[in-house]
Design a protein around this ligand. Structure first.
Ligand code: CMC
Length: 428
């Protein structure tokens, strides 16, 4: 076990002292290894994993109190400013930033795998046109395992590697297809002469009829930054879901589909869609104050606010806000929803309800406004999050498979009936 300190925590159980080893990471609180309580016939109890480390990881570090987010040691603000998304993908997957030659090779490798098997198109026809694109994503990404049999041996590092690249490469194609299907436009094939974000926008917004369609570089840059800001976030609900599914030896496409499903909820990746719906419902600035009263009486939540880990400003939100300002200014958009969002933010940041609970805007508070300016419909917001997070999920899945692991199998505090005898229906 890395990080062994020699320090011990002492726990008294039934008048017996048991010593529990303490490990130190590079950063963050020390952890107490509680496995030995099992030998004393005890389980630990921590619903929602408020204080439980589920694994050892070298990928991402968050200090929620200080608002710090590091990928492989690099602060997110530096990566968002100086690196492009595929560079961050390389970093997450490999642990180091690529050299210029490695970057060129990696970009070409990813872009070389952007096409999906042509038969995959038929899957889309099984969905109603008004299906939520996240429903389509869960189904189609899971179905990839039926197409790429040559990469499904999870015990083989080469298989794991090629599957990771395929997922990162194909997810924008599937995401764009899920959009094109809902609007009834033909699917656009990927263009490998474009970069990752440009290609995604091309597949979203080009049509065969519009031969002169050119991706707006300002929007491509903003899209790339949104991808970077969502690339990974350590052991959140969807990443833990991917690790948990992976711990059974399930194939990576199935694991990523499980991650997409977990991300969909409004408390997690579904929040960006929920923020815009909330702004729509509030409608005008005059309605902000009564809405905030409802938040404080817990009738509704202020979507895009609060975080399990950040009890300070979400560092991603700071960069997202700056990107939001840049995009709106460059496009000359004066979005009334932005003014509404700013008013909500102003009130929330000065209100004791939010101050006492350390509730700050999170990444999803601003991303929706940028995505809207780019022309992405609200129902696609969480799909964009899933697209960007795929690299984080697969990096954690790869890390898990690079060392021995156990099937994830939590315990429970059972409070149902004790054992009793069955009574036949005519005797009850
Ligand atoms: N609006 C109003 N009150 C809130 C909010 C909110 N958004 N979030 C938390 N609270 C209150 C909550 O009611 C509780 O109050 P009290 O102490 O009086 O019971 C207190 O703050 C602590 O909240 P919690 O529910 O114990 O916190 P949690 O860590 O379990 O939940 C959260 C974190 C993100 C699920 C929650 O803050 C939330 O639902 N936020 C809105 C949804 C959202 O924006 N999610 C996106 C998260 S960022 C993207 C991602 O990484 O997935």
């Amino acid at each position: 076990m890395s990080g062994t300190t020699g320090k011990k925590a002492v726990l008294t159980l039934n008048d017996k002292n048991i010593e529990l080893p303490i490990y130190s990471g590079t950063l963050g609180p020390d952890v107490i290894d509680v496995k030995d309580v099992l030998a004393q016939d005890y389980f630990t109890f921590d619903p929602g994993f408020m204080a439980t480390s589920s694994c050892e990881s070298k990928i991402t570090f968050i200090d929620g109190d200080k608002g710090v987010l590091l990928h492989r040691g690099y602060p997110i603000a530096q990566l968002a400013e100086k690196a492009d998304y595929l560079e961050v993908c390389y970093l997450l997957l490999n642990g180091e930033l690529p050299t210029a030659a490695q970057k060129k090779e990696f970009d070409a490798l990813v872009m070389n795998h952007t096409m999906v098997h042509d038969q995959l198109r038929k899957f889309f026809e099984g969905f109603r046109r008004d299906a939520h694109p996240m429903a389509v994503m869960c189904g189609v990404v899971g179905a990839l395992s039926a197409f790429y049999h040559d990469g499904l041996d999870v015990a083989d590092p080469k298989h794991r590697e090629i599957t990771a690249i395929r997922l990162i490469a194909k997810i924008p194609t599937i995401a764009a297809m899920s959009y094109k299907y809902t609007v009834g436009q033909p699917f656009m094939y990927p263009r490998n002469d474009l970069d990752y974000a440009e290609n995604f926008l091309h597949m979203m917004f080009a049509t065969p009829a519009d031969r002169d369609y050119k991706v707006n570089p300002i929007l491509a840059k903003a899209m790339d930054r949104i991808f970077t800001l969502h690339a990974d976030h350590e052991q959140n609900a969807s990443t833990s879901t991917v690790r948990m599914a992976g711990s059974t030896g399930a194939n990576p496409y199935a694991c990523i589909a499980a991650g997409i499903a977990a991300l969909w909820g409004p408390a997690h990746g579904g929040a960006n869609e929920a923020v815009l719906k909330m702004l729509d419902e509030i409608g005008t600035i005059e309605n902000v104050a009564p809405f905030m009263e409802k938040v404080k009486t817990k009738e509704v939540k202020l979507m895009g606010f609060g975080h399990r880990v950040y009890k300070n400003f979400d560092p991603r939100a700071k960069v997202m806000k700056q990107t939001c300002d840049e995009v709106l200014e460059a496009l000359g958009i004066n979005d009334p929803q932005l003014a509404l969002a700013m008013e909500l933010e102003k009130i929330a940041l000065s209100d004791p309800y939010f101050i006492e609970r350390k509730l700050y805007p999170n990444v999803d508070f601003y991303s929706g406004i940028i995505l809207k300016a780019i022309g992405i419909p609200t129902s696609m917001f969480t799909v964009i999050f899933a697209l960007a997070r795929t690299v984080g999920w697969i990096s954690h899945w790869l890390e898990m498979h690079s060392a021995p692991y156990k099937i994830a199998r939590p315990r429970q505090l059972y409070t149902g009936p004790a054992q009793r005898d069955f009574v036949a229906v005519d005797k009850r």
